[in-house]
Design a protein around this ligand. Sequence first.
Ligand SMILES: Nc1ncnc2c1ncn2[C@@H]1O[C@H](COP(=O)(O)OP(=O)(O)OP(=O)(O)O)[C@@H](O)[C@H]1O
Ligand SMILES: [Mg+2]
Length: 282
Amino acid sequence: MWPGDSVLGRNVGKLPTGPTPGMASEGGAVLSVDQVSKSYGTTRALSDVRFSVGPGEIVGLLGPNGAGKSTAMKLIVGLLRPDAGEIRLRGRNVVTDGVEAKRTVGYVPESPALYEFLTAAEYLDFISDLYGVDPATRGSRISEFLRGLELSGHEDSLISAYSQGMKQKVALIAALLHHPRLLVLDEPLNALDPRAARVVKDLLRDLASRDGVGVLFSTHVLEIAEAICDRVVILSHGRIVAQGTIAELRRQAGLAGSGLEAIFLALTGTGDLTDVVGALRR
Ligand SMILES: Nc1ncnc2c1ncn2[C@@H]1O[C@H](COP(=O)(O)OP(=O)(O)OP(=O)(O)O)[C@@H](O)[C@H]1O
Ligand SMILES: [Mg+2]
């Protein structure tokens, strides 16, 4: 616990969010995805996908299972190459200028694979080395994150002995250490308990509003998207079926006064679930 914390209301200002080097020069989008397509063999995972994330913007990437969210994220961080189209991180092409582009991004995959034979302290030190995090300040930065996410006291245990949520927290800290300008988070709150989920939500808001970090995150929990996203992008079968603020999507779906769930179900073609639920009950 941090001094002055209440049970859920976190003072995220105590987490090491900034200042971030290079922010003054920030102008255009931190991420632009332009007409990107990707297939796995004969499976078309993404078709002509186009969206951007501006500095300080939190964008939710939503869509049913298999819609292409994780594929889009792997393309954005350079783990996969697009078949067509272009992805730029702060103007740098992620394929042709990969090393520089990757310096600017922090990524938490759907199922983070950590080096489990290391302790969390060793792992985070190793990641700091990879990204050239200043050795003079990294120790206190790592300690603050560990404390904020209630991992203090566990940092010298092997990651193999961590619970799923604890591993998720280590992956998140690893993604933040080098002051990324863009965070790409694939269902980052999945395994987290309510307190940790709240800390992370507050932290994302703080990083976006105070430090101008762009955030792209996927989630199936529409309440979370509704609560923290400036905009959402909805994918279905690899295509963008809608993007905009919740208010814009409401208008687009002709569902005045509706929540994101109704909009999502209408736009992804799963609006009438009565038959599905009936079939499942039989
Ligand atoms: N490595 C792979 N090899 C072959 N097909 C793949 C591979 N990864 C994903 N796919 C296919 O690509 C499509 C998009 O998958 P993706 O994992 O991007 O979806 P998603 O939106 O992240 O789904 P979820 O909500 O379940 O995480 C699916 O049809 C999936 O079967
Ligand atoms: Mg996925």
